[in-house]
Design a protein around this ligand. Structure first.
Ligand SMILES: Cc1cc2nc3c(=O)[nH]c(=O)nc-3n(C[C@H](O)[C@H](O)[C@H](O)COP(=O)(O)O)c2cc1C
Length: 153
């Protein structure tokens, strides 16, 4: 039991420019930084990169999550950062990952049967609102990460 545990999920538009190889390299950099920093902060989570969008879940002590998010929010590599969910949590969904990674849109599409349309979210993030939707996003990302072999510590 972690009394201070909070989960934050957001959605943003990828603003990384350039050829695919460079974009991928930039994402690798983000993951390397995230994994190094988040471990120190006792923050775990997942990053979903899909075409022109990011979705990320951060979970950890309230202050660490807030401070980290404020920093991430200002990163010029994305824009239109929209919080989908920010709540106290009983348990971690990504306890094994400083920052898990899922990078394929097809897998997000395959998840639509489970109640949340991630494709729809990417197209119309404004439509995702309310507590249930926020929780669903975290759950869908969790399912996705736990099923993708590319998820790693
Ligand atoms: C989509 C996205 C997700 C990010 N996620 C994290 C993260 O989980 N942890 C982190 O430390 N930095 C993350 N960053 C990078 C931060 O914005 C920032 O560059 C970094 O924290 C700076 O760390 P440094 O001072 O150690 O270089 C992310 C950036 C982007 C664009």
């Amino acid at each position: 039991m972690e009394p201070d545990l909070h989960t934050l999920a957001y959605f943003s538009r990828n603003a990384i420019d350039g050829p695919d190889g460079l974009k991928q390299a930039e994402i690798e950099k983000i993951l390397a930084t995230a994994r190094a920093n988040n471990s120190k902060l006792n923050v775990t989570g997942a990053l979903l990169v899909s075409g022109g969008c990011f979705a990320q879940v951060l979970e950890g002590p309230l202050e660490a999550v807030e401070t980290l998010f404020e920093q991430i929010e200002c990163d010029p590599r994305h824009r239109n950062v929209t919080i989908l969910h920010f709540k106290p949590a009983a348990t971690r969904n990504f306890g094994d990952w400083a920052m898990a990674y899922a990078g394929d849109r097809a897998e997000a599409r395959a998840e639509t049967g489970s109640g949340v349309d991630l494709e729809g979210l990417f197209a119309h993030p404004g439509l995702i609102e309310g507590e249930q939707a926020g929780r669903d996003i975290v759950r869908v990302m969790s399912d996705l990460i736990h099923r993708t072999e590319r998820a790693q510590i």
